[in-house]
Design a protein around this ligand. Structure first.
Ligand SMILES: Nc1nc2c(ncn2[C@@H]2O[C@H](COP(=O)(O)OP(=O)(O)OP(=O)(O)O)[C@@H](O)[C@H]2O)c(=O)[nH]1
Ligand SMILES: [Mg+2]
Ligand SMILES: [Zn+2]
Length: 363
């Protein structure tokens, strides 16, 4: 599609779709112009098989097409997706190709990749200046963010509750070279200029982080009104009470889109590719100087990584977490690959049995 045509379509496009973050990347995937105005929409929340979609004509609760209902979790619509509805505007027919996707390995025994939020530009990894703060958790979020294809920003909330936030800032800086950090009191709009600078009219920001760190509070303060419920945290261990129970995309009155994601208890990784390396660039660079090319940085002589730990240039915790994520990722990735090949094998067997049956009935 020519640039001219896509520009013309955007100018003709409804203001509503534009405030929902519609950009040429999605318009270019549409083949029929009339489909654009009426049947295009963005998923603002998902409840089991039903999704809330905002289209030009307003908000609708819609079902999935039979094909989508049978597809795997990763291919089904998730909050943030751009979708095409059927002519009666009651069913999602197609999920447009995603610009980015934040996902994890499903919790519990479900060895399936679970999409969390689609088409996000920026990921606010929210953590607070108290016992909740953990470098290892941040590293995990950052690896998943690199894989998602979004820009990470660490948002340090509850800065008002500590005399000096500098220790937390220093610790946040250590988890990934050059990662932006914003300090905030999520209850006070006067402290949110740094956070606001990441939000513009068409970009989508997802808020992730443990329960109780202040994601919904941040959303409400940025919006200037109570869009989401918030809840207090437990006094003894500072843990949240999982107040937000489903993911939802909100449009800010001043423009910009925020996806509030409930605190996740488990954040398992799988199929991370090179994304672990994006977070642990320092360790991977040092590893090129180890004496042995296959150095595991355990007890080997001439290990540049172990030397950096001895000289306090790298934390032993950081190396341990790097190894843990590598192990976890390798195991989960292998399990998923095996499951998929078994699925293919099973499908092949079913096909063969059907063919035999057919031959029998034909003959
Ligand atoms: N003092 C202070 N309190 C905050 C700040 N941010 C959040 N809180 C409080 O922390 C508690 C939890 O905030 P929520 O916004 O509900 O937390 P959440 O991250 O949305 O939690 P879940 O929905 O459970 O995932 C509330 O009592 C908020 O008022 C902050 O920056 N400073
Ligand atoms: Mg919340
Ligand atoms: Zn080594």
């Amino acid at each position: 599609m020519s640039d001219y045509r896509s520009t013309r379509q955007i100018t003709a496009m409804s203001e509503r779709l534009r405030t929902l973050g519609l950009v040429p990347f999605f318009i270019q995937q549409l083949t029929d112009t009339c489909m654009l105005e009426e049947r295009l929409g963005r998923v603002t929340s998902v409840q089991r098989s039903r999704s809330t979609v905002v289209c030009e004509s307003g908000e609708r609760v819609v079902e999935l097409s039979p094909a989508l209902r049978q597809s795997s979790a990763i291919d089904r619509p998730v909050v943030g997706d751009w979708v095409v509805l059927d002519e009666s505007l009651s069913r999602i027919e197609k999920v447009l190709e995603r610009k980015s996707l934040f996902k994890r390995l499903g919790a519990g025994t479900h060895n399936e990749i679970q999409p969390i939020a689609a088409n996000i530009d920026v990921l606010f990894i929210v953590t607070s200046c108290n016992e909740e703060f953990k470098e290892s958790r941040l590293e995990r979020y950052l690896a998943l963010c690199a894989e998602a294809g979004a820009t990470p920003v660490i948002v340090l909330t509850k800065a008002d509750l500590v005399a000096d936030a500098s220790t937390f800032i220093r610790r946040a800086r250590s988890v990934q070279a050059g990662v932006p950090i914003e300090i905030a009191n999520a209850l006070d709009p006067a402290t949110l200029d740094g956070v606001r600078a990441w939000i513009d009219r068409t970009s989508t920001v997802a808020l992730v982080g443990s329960s109780g760190v202040g994601k919904s509070t941040l959303l409400n303060t940025l919006a200037g009104r109570a869009l989401a419920a918030t809840g207090d945290i437990r006094e003894d261990d500072k843990k949240g009470r999982h107040t937000t129970t489903h993911r939802e995309l909100h449009v800010l009155p001043s423009g910009g889109l925020l996806i509030d994601v409930p605190g996740m208890r488990e954040l398992r990784v799988a199929e991370l590719g090179q994304s672990i390396g994006a977070v642990f660039e320092d360790i991977q660079l040092l590893a090129t100087q180890c004496r042995f090319v296959d150095c595991k940085h355990e007890t080997e002589p001439g290990c540049a990584v172990l030397r950096a730990i001895e000289e306090n240039r790298i934390d032993a915790r950081r190396l341990a977490n790097y190894k843990k994520l590598l192990r976890e990722n390798a195991l989960a990735t292998a399990t998923l690959a095996e499951k998929r090949s078994q699925g293919r094998e099973f499908a092949r067997m079913v096909k063969e049995v059907k063919l035999i049956k057919q031959r029998k009935s034909d003959g």
